[in-house]
Design a protein around this ligand. Structure first.
Ligand code: CS2
Ligand code: MG
Length: 404
């Protein structure tokens, strides 16, 4: 068997997605997600102009070898664009292998380690009453774990809070330049404990609550917030401080027992090395799409398991249904599954990407279709052309650029 066709499909059914489609000489096809929110076309070029010519004629069964060929063969390693491109190839090859075997991908990864996958959804509100309504809406949809994001008095627009009130990954705005949002850490740190006090008072002590600080705090500020939120027993505090400097988490860890989740912007195991071996975090957040695929992410989870650290695959709307499906197969197979983020997708995206995975009673399952269990309606995809869109940029009140 060999790869005879490589196609990159860019479509915008509500938001931009980049999908790789490989076709074999037997007529089998495999899909991979290559979506990099706000920088999509860089990955499209990496795939079309550099990787596609290398794939023609390769044996699709040689997944590990192809991964190493694309990773080491590029000479220039790591980074979100490279690893999103390699991820799409990896997942498409696993999809083909599953179809050849007539098995869902999770069976090729060792079979199911559980019956279903706990999901968490996004609740948000510009103010606390709106936030409480959003939590109620997620509970009504069946979610059993909920991420809490809220506006901050004095700030116009804050990450994770959208006018419609139902939290979801930001749909980048159609404009020539990124929207500018404002930020003030002091106001945020003063505001958040009261928000969780109110949420706990309204929904009780047991509901798993998560919060994403989205890289905005210094290590000391992160330690302060983790400490202040201890009475509310969060499931986790996410991206509490930029973690490229992995040692920064030592200071946070010294001051708080609030569980820590990090890694959605990481794309290789090297980004995590110290965080895992020194047990500085509790959940690893990388997505199949941004981490080079199923092949390396399984290795990351196995290293994390040695240190009793669990998976928490990134799953906002900008991870396409293809990337979500691949994640769910891996989630089902590994022993150290923690939780799966799931924002769902627009109805338009559901029409373009028909998937076998299900969301029922707060839990996900990848389904039993061979491979990853996703079909793409290419003719429909073509009716939703790409439109350049940017993620927002954050500035402090004095105009300094800050992490968004
Ligand atoms: C967020 C993401 O879901 C999360 O944890 O950090 O929604 C993130 O903002 C987006 O993926 C950026 O494209
Ligand atoms: Mg996040």
């Amino acid at each position: 068997m060999k790869i005879v066709d490589v196609k990159v499909v860019v479509t915008r059914p509500g938001r931009n997605f980049v999908t790789l489609k490989l076709t074999t000489d037997d007529g089998l096809t495999g899909l991979g997600d290559a979506t990099l929110n706000g920088r999509e076309l860089a990955v499209v070029s990496y795939l079309r102009d550099h990787i596609a010519p290398l794939l023609i004629g390769l044996d699709p069964h040689r997944i590990e070898d192809t991964w190493q060929y694309l990773y080491r063969g590029a000479y220039w390693r790591r980074g979100p664009v490279t690893m999103a491109a390699i991820a799409a190839v990896d997942v498409a090859l696993w999809d083909i292998k599953g179809k050849v075997a007539g098995l869902p991908l999770y069976q090729l990864l060792g079979g199911a380690s559980r019956d279903r996958l706990l999901a968490y959804g996004h609740a948000s509100g510009q103010d606390t009453p709106e936030l409480l309504d959003s939590v109620r809406a997620r509970l009504a949809e069946g979610y059993r774990a909920i991420r809490i994001q809220t506006g901050v008095p004095g700030l116009k627009a804050v990450y994770g809070v959208h006018t419609k009130g139902a939290g979801s990954a930001p749909v980048p705005h159609q404009q020539a330049r990124p929207r500018v949002e404002d930020w003030d850490t002091r106001s945020y740190l003063s505001h958040m404990p009261g928000v969780f006090e109110t949420v706990r008072h309204e929904f009780g002590p047991e509901l798993p609550l998560l919060h994403d600080a989205h890289h905005r705090l210094t290590p000391l500020q992160a330690a302060q917030l983790g400490k202040d939120l201890e009475p509310y027993r969060l499931f986790w505090l996410e991206d509490c401080t930029p973690a490229e400097n992995q040692d920064a988490l030592r200071l946070v860890r010294q001051h708080t027992t609030t569980p820590l989740a990090i890694g959605e912007v990481f794309n290789t195991i090297h980004d995590y090395q110290t965080l895992l071996t020194d047990q500085l975090i509790d959940y690893v957040r990388s997505a199949v799409t941004h981490f080079g695929g199923v092949t390396p992410l399984r290795k990351l989870f196995d290293l994390a398991a040695v240190h009793q650290i669990k998976s928490a695959v990134h799953g906002p709307e900008d991870i396409s249904p293809v990337g979500m499906a691949a994640a769910l197969h891996l989630d089902l197979a590994i022993h150290n599954f923690g939780i799966q983020e799931y924002s769902g997708h627009s109805p338009l995206a559901g029409e373009v990407f028909q998937h076998a995975y299900t969301f029922t009673d707060g839990h996900l399952h990848p389904g039993e279709a061979p491979g990853i269990g996703v079909d793409m309606d290419e003719s429909l995809a073509e009716t939703y052309p790409y439109e350049r869109a940017y993620l927002p940029v954050n500035r402090l009140h004095d105009g300094t650029v800050h992490d968004w």
